[in-house]
Design a binder for this molecule. Structure first.
Ligand SMILES: *[C@@H]1O[C@H](CO)[C@@H](O)[C@H](O)[C@H]1NC(C)=O
Ligand SMILES: *[C@@H]1O[C@H](CO)[C@@H](O)[C@H](O)[C@H]1NC(C)=O
Ligand SMILES: *[C@@H]1O[C@H](CO)[C@@H](O)[C@H](O)[C@H]1NC(C)=O
Length: 401
């Protein structure tokens, strides 16, 4: 459209080149004729692009005719030689301009088709965004600011493992999964039973039909979700009450081919629960690739959406989600400081200048796991055999300008 506006502007310019009209004694009606012709051409150029070509061709022929006429003028009238020469030059210039216009017009059509795909792309993006907004529409707008305190709840000799409470239901039970490959889950009646570990309040032993792989398990609404050991990407949903496998799914996107976090040497799929529901984190393709975040519908085990994040697997040790935002903990060489240096917000609701600078208290080793519990709003972590609770400092997200 811009090129066409420019075309008509140039034509007006060209038109004004004939005012005051050059005087050619042999053909006094010529100027009027030229004027009229250009008026038609100008209107034509303002019409849609499809017909512009016709007008440009028309103009070419017309200017050729003028050149012929001017040649005749030249032969008869020496008197107006310079005026006619002038007009000839202007026609020549107009021809060059029309050539340029045609070039623009062709470019314009290219731009138009690009515009179209761009418009389609924007529409697609808007729909995508709407879908994500609906998907991640929990009433929470907190973001992590820092670690308020650390509490070592228990010490064991097992370097790796995971522990958790149900992240949604208000059950007081605590689950203990020792090691990065096993099938025995210990269920404690509550936190106190775990602390005392007395025989009286002894844990219930649950033997899973399959072993888990890594330390990425979560308990969500009475189900244990874990990566089935021996498969690259199978996630099992196990009913803790019925003690049976409820469902299973294969996590797509090349999940399970590489470690999620470089410093967590047995976890290929990390699961997470936050205010929005169930998530999986895995490494994308490539050596120490970028993390891929997948939202899973816990009822049907369908994939709701997947995001390629800018967070790298290299030097990472753990990750968790809080209020729809992924926080990845890094430590150089696997020992401290443990520091959140990558924050990924699928909705883009955290502005660049608002990104937190979160340091964890120094620990001798990297964390086996760090999982957020949306119910009590704290982190459950396993570090060098210690079961740790991190209390959090959060704040309301600032609206992105
Ligand atoms: C150019 O001149 C030819 C012959 O005189 C005529 O048939 C044709 O219509 C003219 N073209 C334009 C665009 O004026
Ligand atoms: C988000 O939830 C609120 C209240 O639950 C609702 O009013 C709003 O329309 C929802 N927005 C989207 C995009 O689904
Ligand atoms: C699984 O864990 C139990 C106790 O939690 C332990 O006795 C057993 O040796 C473990 N098995 C493997 C294969 O590590």
């Amino acid at each position: 459209m811009l090129a066409l506006q420019r075309a008509s502007a140039l034509l007006v310019l060209f038109l004004s080149a004939f005012v005051p009209p050059p005087r050619c004694a042999q053909d006094p009606g010529m100027v009027h004729y030229i004027y009229q012709r250009f008026h038609v051409l100008e209107q034509g150029l303002q019409k849609c692009t499809q017909t512009t070509r016709e007008y440009i061709q028309d103009f070419r022929e017309f200017s050729k005719n003028i050149s012929v006429m001017l040649g005749q003028c030249l032969t008869y009238t020496n008197e107006y030689k310079s005026a006619v020469n002038n007009l000839a030059l202007r026609v020549e210039r107009a021809q060059r301009e029309i050539d340029y216009l045609e070039y623009l017009r062709e470019a314009d059509m290219c731009v138009e088709s690009e515009d179209k795909t761009l418009a389609e792309k924007l529409l697609q993006e808007a729909e995508e965004e709407k879908k994500i907004q609906t998907l991640l529409n929990a009433s929470c707008d907190n973001m992590l600011m820092g670690i308020k305190s650390l509490k070592i709840v228990k010490k064991t000799l097992d370097t790796d493992g995971s522990w958790m409470k149900d992240a949604v239901s208000d059950s007081p039970k605590v689950y203990f999964l020792i090691g990065s490959r096993n099938n025995t889950v210990w269920e404690f009646a509550n936190m106190r039973a775990l602390l005392e570990d007395s025989t009286k309040l002894g844990p219930r032993k649950l033997v899973l039909p399959q072993s888990w792989q890594g330390t990425g398990q979560v308990v969500y609404k009475g189900f244990l979700f874990f990566h089935n050991q021996g498969t690259p990407n199978e996630i099992i949903k196990y009913s803790l009450q019925k003690r049976t496998v409820e469902d299973r799914m294969l996590l797509p996107g090349g999940a399970g081919r590489a470690l999620v976090y470089q410093h967590s040497p047995s976890t290929y799929i990390d699961l997470a629960v936050d205010e929005h529901g169930l998530w999986a984190i895995h490494a994308g393709p490539g050596l120490h690739g970028h993390l891929v975040l997948t939202k899973i519908e816990p009822g049907t085990l369908g994939v709701e959406h997947s995001w390629d994040t800018p967070c790298r697997s290299q030097d990472a040790e753990a990750g968790f989600l809080l209020c729809g935002v992924l926080y990845v903990v890094y430590s150089s060489g696997g020992h401290g400081p443990h520091h959140v240096t990558c924050v990924y917000d699928p909705r883009g609701t955290i502005s660049e200048e608002d990104l937190p600078n979160v340091f964890f208290p120094r620990r001798p080793r990297s964390h086996s796991m760090i999982h957020y519990n949306a119910r009590d709003k704290q982190l459950y972590a396993w570090n060098d055999g210690n079961q740790i609770i991190y209390k959090l400092q959060t704040k309301r997200k600032q609206p992105v300008k």
